[in-house]
Design a protein around this ligand. Structure first.
Ligand code: AMP
Length: 588
């Protein structure tokens, strides 16, 4: 398939934000796509080469791309930088430069989607000392044969700046229309996506086997399932209103969620954001097969750091010590853990997500045998507010964050947040002490502080409607020397020369980061703000919402993806809730 078809589709899609128009462009693109490239096109549309859980990262820096453009065009890097600094992005700057070049040379070859994809794949796989030079060679050879439009979109994919604004749901709408003639079939595709986390695979199946293939879509081991999420509630009373008269309550442990895929001796661990994390937990890989009594399974558990002497649970932050590439054996000894099981999604070749909570829990207790290292998450069945209250106290005393409440007769809804699972956290009981999960977008060098740290961070919420990150506050308190160090290590590689186009901030930062990290913050109040962009124009024209006296809680939420951060909607509802509480108080 000619790459120019894809580049033109990208250009059309970039020029609109309207979902219906985007869907139409996608349908037209899929209709021109041969069956054997459909999965590749689907990944490229999302700026990826493979599903996220495979961890194939392109990781090309702007500087390197500039060197490749220079090599291909014969134009000095300085000139390329100047063009780039005029505005736009490097993709468009390259197009301008190559336009000048194509006036003097003529194109020799048509490039295909297959060639671009394979080359990008090779680039992603390169490692080691010679890899920089090889990357430049591969990129410049593609650029040599590309016309300016094609070059723009090769570079955008390489740099990770392709922002078509096509949500997964829009891609699925278009796949349903293009291959089954009926948009309503989207629901079925969504289910297939939720149990595979692989949109390319879903596209491939509908393109080759039609909707029947999707109907028969099967969960596969070592292909992670998108996790079920919980709605939050603020009181025991609200639990009773939403759950009815009998439900399960579990401790909400403050650790890292893990999906464990196991078959014989083979075992793989996926994080909540579906990243492979097996390397960080060699102790789980070694110990779990011994307490497991089935042929194969997909299990869910919460990994929690413990105090080895007392057995007490320790906060999530302790697990950060396990996030390292080297000397992991030392970290395993110094930071012991337990694995606390709470669900089974697949067992002995059969899908378990359709079973009720009750049946799944019974199965879990059959196939996992408890010991010092592996436990079931503490659970009880409750009916009244008092029972919830009592279990809540116990859970907090044991070092957990609160409770998870689960309907007994409901299946596991992969990939969705809903009212079949609720969470009741300690902070939620105090209206203003609510914690927020915010995206780190910028940094400021602290005055008089040590070098090698950011004294203050600029934070953002996630706006689901526009797929952007509007700023909500600066935070400069709550940091310890250790957390400053950790943040510096994590954030430094994420620095960009230019602000990512998904960041919406009027405030200038000393450095901008790729929006990739979520941290937890508490604040005293939410106020209207002339500077910050969260919920802009929603409460009052030209005003956004901001946090007053924000404080970092110490929790770096590496397990969260940025699209999981607190949304503008959530902040609006907290703002309204807080004002209502103040109003009610005045009336008392
Ligand atoms: P939150 O991060 O506040 O949205 O809460 C959801 C997270 O709580 C999950 O992703 C799990 O990591 C964690 N969790 C702790 N205990 C449980 C439990 N019993 N059931 C499900 N998730 C739990």
């Amino acid at each position: 398939m000619q790459y120019s078809i894809l580049a033109e589709a990208f250009e059309n899609m970039e020029s609109t934000r309207k979902r219906l128009e985007l869907t139409q462009h996608l349908v037209e693109l899929f209709e021109k796509t041969p069956q054997d490239v459909i999965s590749k096109i689907t990944y490229l549309l999302q700026g990826k080469l493979r599903p996220d859980f495979e961890g194939v990262e392109l990781g090309v820096a702007e500087k390197l791309a500039m060197r490749a453009i220079s090599k291909s065009s014969g134009i000095a890097i300085k000139k390329i930088e100047d063009e780039y600094n005029k505005g736009g992005d490097l993709g468009h700057a390259a197009a301008k430069i190559l336009e000048q070049k194509t006036q003097t040379t003529f194109l020799v070859e048509n490039i295909t989607v297959e060639r671009v994809y394979e080359t990008l794949f090779k680039i992603a796989r390169l490692e080691g000392s010679k890899s920089q030079d090889m990357k430049i060679k591969y990129i410049s050879s593609l650029l040599n044969d590309a016309n300016p439009l094609e070059a723009t979109y090769i570079l955008k994919i390489l740099l990770g700046t392709l922002r078509l604004g096509v949500a997964e749901n829009t891609v699925m709408d278009a796949l349903a229309i293009a291959y089954s003639g009926n948009k309503e079939n989207r629901k079925m595709l969504e289910h297939a996506y939720n149990v595979s986390s692989d949109l390319g695979k879903v596209a491939q199946i509908i393109a080759t086997e039609g909707i029947k293939g999707i109907e028969e879509f099967k969960i596969e081991l070592f292909n992670p399932i998108r996790p079920m999420l919980a709605d939050r509630v603020k009181s025991e009373n609200e639990v009773i209103e939403k759950m009815g008269n009998k439900f399960a309550i579990e401790y909400k442990l403050d650790g890292e969620r893990v999906q464990i895929h196991i078959e014989g001796d083979k075992i793989e661990l996926f994080s909540r954001s579906l990243e492979k994390i097996s390397n960080y937990y060699p102790d789980i890989i070694e110990k779990i097969p011994k307490i497991f009594e089935a042929e194969n399974a997909i299990l869910e558990a919460e990994i929690v750091a413990i105090n080895e002497n007392t057995g007490d649970f320790l906060p999530f932050q302790e697990l950060m010590h396990r996030r390292r590439k080297y000397k992991i054996e030392k970290a395993v000894k110094e930071y012991p853990i337990t694995v606390n099981f709470f669900d089974v999604l697949y067992c002995n070749g059969k899908n378990c997500t359709e079973l009720s909570y009750h049946e799944r829990r019974k199965k879990l207790e059959k196939i996992v045998k408890e010991n010092e290292f592996a436990k079931y998450i503490p659970m009880t069945i409750a009916e009244t507010e008092n029972e919830i209250e009592e279990f809540f106290e116990n859970s907090i005393n044991a070092g957990s964050e609160g409770l998870m409440l689960k309907m007994l007769d409901k299946p596991y809804q992969a990939g969705s947040r809903g009212s079949h699972w609720l969470k009741l956290k300690r902070e939620y009981r105090n209206e203003l002490g609510d914690s927020l999960d915010l995206v780190v977008i910028g940094g400021f060098f602290g005055k008089g502080r040590r070098t090698g740290s950011y004294g203050t961070l600029l934070l953002a919420t996630y706006d689901e409607n526009t797929d952007t990150f509007p700023s909500i506050c600066k935070v400069g308190t709550g940091f310890t020397d250790e957390s400053l160090d950790q943040l510096y290590q994590i954030l430094n590689p994420k620095i960009t020369i230019k602000k990512n186009p998904r960041i919406n901030s009027e405030m200038e930062a000393d450095v901008w980061f790729e929006p990739e990290l979520v941290i937890e913050v508490v604040a005293s109040e939410i106020t209207l703000s002339p500077i910050h962009k969260t919920a802009i124009n929603e409460i009052r024209k030209d005003a956004g919402l901001a946090l007053r006296f924000p404080k970092f809680t110490g929790k770096i939420r590496v397990e969260k993806i940025v699209e999981d951060a607190s949304t503008d909607e959530e902040v609006i509802s907290l703002y309204k809730g807080q004002n209502k509480a103040a109003h009610d108080k005045n009336l008392m």
